[in-house]
Design a protein around this ligand. Structure first.
Ligand code: ASP
Ligand code: MG
Length: 428
């Protein structure tokens, strides 16, 4: 017998037929003798609909009231799923964040979980009950409802699994796992059987949307084995039996596996949400980076890649990237508040750029990974505008029109192409 936390996203809970299917699956696991806790999202589209209502009322909705409203989507789906389970003869009980208790800090709209009453849940599980818990919500010290940020049900699932020391946290979604890259860009993308927390974190923060970033951080910190799998694939049942363990969905673990058989690169991520800004002809003296980036930071604009070269004649160029949506704002700030003050000659920029990254823990033990990436892109005649690296990734900024070519050629060069033809991803 194992203790499993299963999280079902909005698509899996998309209509009443799908909710009944989820109930069937939960029942099968329960019938196998496992203890099951289910965490669910709102039905697909519901959270957006609610946010739309708030915006119709106010440009800047009060955060407490926003949370009070937006958390209702999950309250509907837990009750519907619990009803469906009861109709199948399963002793199920729905619980809101407050009923669990999922205690959070007081930051409305992006609260952090501080504590979960695991004893309360264990008593229910030991009585043979299946618990259906609302994702995305908690309660703060003032007894007010809070929410965890968009996609936050993933984090609820992982946090509950950590609190209960569950054997596995299964994230059921509309794709059957984590892929080497976005299968919409190359049909040769293949599903990974395993990936490390670190790699998944990089993939998620670089634009792979399978899991909320915070849930991956959480799972890594508390070493919760996390499995991403499809809620539409019947073959997933029995995934906890040992023989299936390696092959169903994608397992995200701390285990880096055997160096000999692991690929050096696990995946290729890309992010279109990039714009580049170059401040030309800035004096090469202390304080310049701060003079340029402080006003950007104060305007709450996140800076990603940064490049500043050495100078021979005391003058240099300073380049960095920002999210596309903040590009105009950043250009305005630099032109109006910074350029003349620091004596720069001009500020130029472009938003037709993307960041492409290769990710893999294998990089730590293999030399020449970055140069292989650069050679591959050079042979495709792709110009690299910026480069940044960390211990397990190399990122380059290139023109958006080269994105597909870059991803495909890197995918092939690093041996990630699937051998057996085209990938078939559920939901795409
Ligand atoms: N319903 C929330 C959202 O759409 C939380 C979630 O689905 O994870 O962001
Ligand atoms: Mg989600």
């Amino acid at each position: 017998m194992a203790l499993i936390v299963q999280k079902y996203g909005g698509t899996s809970m998309g209509n009443t037929t799908r909710i009944k299917n989820v109930a069937q699956r939960v029942k099968r696991w329960h019938d196998h003798g496992h203890q099951v806790v289910v965490v669910v999202s709102a039905m697909s589209g519901e959270t957006n609909r609610l946010i739309g209502l708030a915006r119709e009322i106010s440009n800047d909705p009060d955060p407490r009231e926003y949370d009070q409203m937006v958390a209702t989507g999950e309250q509907v789906s837990i009750a519907l799923l619990a009803m469906a389970l009861k109709d199948l003869g399963v002793d199920a009980k729905s619980m809101t964040g407050r009923q669990v208790t999922i205690k959070t800090d007081t930051t409305h709209t992006k609260a952090r979980i501080e504590a979960i009453d695991a004893d309360n849940l264990k008593k229910e599980l030991d009585a043979g009950r299946v618990l259906v818990i609302a994702g995305f919500q908690g309660v703060n010290e003032f007894n007010d409802l809070t929410t965890l940020g968009r996609g936050g049900s993933d984090t609820t699932g992982v946090a509950i699994a950590a609190a209960l020391k569950a054997d596995e946290c299964q994230i059921y979604t509309d794709v059957d796992g984590v892929y080497t890259t976005d299968p919409r860009v190359t049909s040769k993308a293949k599903k990974l059987d395993k990936i490390t927390f670190e790699e998944m974190l990089e993939m998620a923060s670089l634009g792979s949307k399978v899991l909320q970033i915070r849930s991956v951080e959480f799972a890594g910190k508390y070493k919760v084995p996390l499995r991403v799998l499809s809620s539409f694939d019947e073959g997933n049942d029995g995934a906890f039996d040992d023989e299936f363990k390696q092959t169903v969905g994608t397992l995200i673990t701390a285990d880096e596996g055997d160096d000999m058989e692991r690929a050096v690169i696990s995946g290729i991520a890309f992010n279109r949400d990039e714009a580049k800004i170059v401040v030309l002809g800035v004096p090469d003296r202390p304080g310049i980076a701060s003079a340029i980036l402080s006003p950007i930071g104060k305007a709450n604009i996140e800076v990603d890649m940064i490049i500043q070269n050495m100078s021979e004649n005391g003058v240099t160029d300073f380049s960095f990237t920002v999210p596309r949506g903040d590009f105009d704002k950043a250009m305005k700030i630099l032109n109006e508040q910074v350029k003349d003050d620091i004596g720069a000659t001009a500020v130029i920029g472009a938003s037709d750029v993307v960041k492409v990254s290769i990710v893999g823990v294998g990089m730590r033990s293999h030399a020449g990974v970055a140069s292989k990436m650069f050679e591959t892109l050079a042979s495709e005649n792709i110009n690299l505008q910026m480069i940044s690296t960390s211990e397990i990734k190399v990122s380059v900024l290139i023109k958006e029109e080269h994105l597909e070519k870059a991803v495909k050629s890197l995918h092939t060069a690093f041996g990630l192409d699937r051998e057996d033809g085209e990938s078939k991803v559920a939901g795409l």
